[in-house]
Design a binder for this molecule. Structure first.
Ligand code: FAD
Length: 503
């Protein structure tokens, strides 16, 4: 019988490290297994990564974390989706909700009926048939109706949370459940001469810590996966134009919105992420078109509240590790690569990678086929996310700056080109395996960028236009009256999960 893994070492105590520790603390509860997290007291965490997507809710739930306690501890607010401003053209707006639109009737997706109406000259906006969009438009929030067939239950939510507080929260959670925490710098990894597996890491205080499995959560540096195992990064800058960021925190002005704002700027885009106690702001940009100082000036001139920290600069390698699992080293978070944060996929990718590792959890024989399968699944997931991100840039009609003219003309992956052309032709949404974003998300983009298909599903023709109009009106009215009953986002927080203001 192959021997089971007995010891795991996690290097790094950022969000990735502590998410891994929290997940392992559950996993090892009934096993003879020891998990140790080593975190440098000298090297800070990235300190951003505050907008999430809905699977963060299920991640915390699976750990048995109380939602209200978590929200209060991390100064979190709710997120119904992302509002995209000035992307299609200047002064254009659209919302990407974590939600479906309308209802599928007779196996024909809802948007075909909307397109049928439009073709008949009736004005119709798909966003009027999403409860989440209507809530967001009015800065309101409600938790989904537990009845899954209700259109008022057909959406999800995520959080905006303070990254440092989230890591702190998970640290307390994990340590309480038996994860050992060492504060020290890892100076290097010691590899077995014959196999090349990592046997141990050496700390700056002279200690050597051995383990069977090593999780590299050391951030962009990739101390184990890169430096020790020699796994390089595959560059993605030919698809993703933005390679730098500046970020600053400000006082909150007005009520926190129940959504992230992503505002297209001259050479990239700006995020506004509202927490209960402050606003996170950042400008992600392409260094080909502006320099750091220009980006910083642009950010500072457009933030609303008073700044509460100094501007931070990020120069990130855009790319993915050629493999995230090599021998007995598994890379998580920024150590595994980085896609820009336009759709807030960073924490989600940590979560899905962890889930794959647990599904294919190794024993000491480290089956190569299992490892290859996890790498294949992870890579496929990244490729689909890259397609989705590239779409945001490619579909712009902005030509007011060199950056946007570049985006309009840049090459795109074949997989994305195929999707786009099928939608333009038939209004059908092509979905590949391992997509992180569902049909409705792709539809939000096509709609937001005004991509009108040449045809709609022929089966939608069988329904009378008047009848479609009536049904759509009913859906919109019932959603609107439910939204009228809902609390504002601020009222909801005040009533259910207000954090202390003295953090
Ligand atoms: P880090 O936070 O960098 O942590 C690395 C850890 O390794 C630290 O604890 C450090 O002390 C430790 N370490 C390093 N070297 C050593 C050593 N020698 N010895 C011991 N310890 C060591 N994701 C989202 O989901 N949503 C977002 O909105 C979002 N926005 C982002 C914006 C920007 C500009 C960037 C760059 C990223 C963003 N991300 C976002 C990604 C997200 O921030 C990361 O995925 C997440 O924070 C995980 O980071 P990490 O833990 O891998 O790395």
């Amino acid at each position: 019988m192959p021997e089971p893994i007995k010891n795991i070492v996690i290097v790094g105590g950022g969000t990735a490290g502590w998410m891994a520790a929290a997940m392992f603390s559950q996993y090892i509860a009934d096993k003879d297994m020891q998990v140790t997290l080593i975190e440098s007291p000298n090297i800070g965490t990235i300190g951003v990564g505050e907008a999430t997507i809905p699977n963060i809710v299920s991640f915390n739930k699976s750990l048995g974390i109380d939602e209200v306690e978590l929200i209060k501890a991390t100064q979190a607010t709710f997120k119904l989706g992302i509002k995209f401003e000035d992307w299609y053209k200047k002064d254009s707006r659209f919302f990407h909700p974590f939600a479906d639109y309308g209802l599928t009737v007779d196996n024909v997706e809802f948007h075909h009926y909307v397109n049928r109406l439009k073709a008949a000259g009736v004005a119709a906006n798909i966003q009027d048939y999403s409860f989440a969009c209507i809530l967001a438009k009015q800065d309101k929030f409600a938790q989904p109706n537990p009845n899954p067939s209700s259109p008022l239950g057909d959406y999800s939510y995520a959080y905006h949370l303070d990254a440092a507080l989230y890591a702190q929260f998970l640290q307390q959670f994990s340590v309480k459940k038996g994860i050992e925490h060492i504060s020290a710098d890892v100076c290097g990894a010691n590899l077995a001469k014959d196999s090349g597996f990592i046997e141990s890491v050496t700390l700056d205080d002279g200690r050597t810590i051995e383990a069977d499995l090593f999780i590299d959560c050391s951030g962009f540096k990739g101390l184990l996966i890169g430096d020790a195992m020699g796994v390089g990064l595959e560059d993605l800058s030919h698809w993703l134009p933005c390679d730098r960021a500046v970020a600053v925190q400000t006082e909150l002005v007005g009520m926190p919105t129940p959504y992230t704002r992503a505002i297209a700027k001259n050479a990239g885009w700006q995020w506004c992420i509202p927490l209960q106690h402050r606003m996170g702001n950042g400008y992600i940009y392409s260094s080909q078109f502006i320099d750091n100082q220009q980006a910083e000036d642009a950010l500072l001139s457009s933030v609303e509240g008073k700044t509460i920290n100094s501007v931070r600069q990020f120069d990130f390698p855009l790319g993915k590790r050629k493999v995230v699992w090599e021998k007995n080293c598994f890379a998580l978070g920024l150590a595994g690569g980085f896609l820009e944060p336009l759709e807030s996929t960073g924490l989600s990718l940590i979560q899905t990678a962890l889930s794959k590792l647990l599904t294919f959890f190794p024993d000491k024989s480290f089956n190569q086929y299992d490892i290859a399968e996890v790498n294949r699944l992870h890579d496929a997931e990244l490729e689909r996310i890259v397609d989705f991100l590239v779409l945001h840039y490619k579909l712009t009609k902005r030509d007011d700056t060199e950056f946007w003219r570049y985006c309009q003309n840049m090459p795109i992956p074949d997989s994305l080109a195929h999707k786009l052309e099928v939608f333009k032709s038939q209004g059908q949404i092509v979905m590949y395996a391992h997509e992180s974003f569902e049909e409705a998300s792709w539809l939000s983009m096509y709609h937001g960028f005004n991509v009108t298909p040449q045809r709609y599903d022929v089966r939608a023709k069988n329904v009378d236009v008047k009848l479609i109009e009536q049904r759509l009106q009913q859906i919109h009215s019932s959603m609107s009256s439910a939204v009228n009953q809902a609390m504002t986002h601020q009222e909801f927080i005040n009533k259910h999960c207000r954090a202390k203001s003295d953090i």
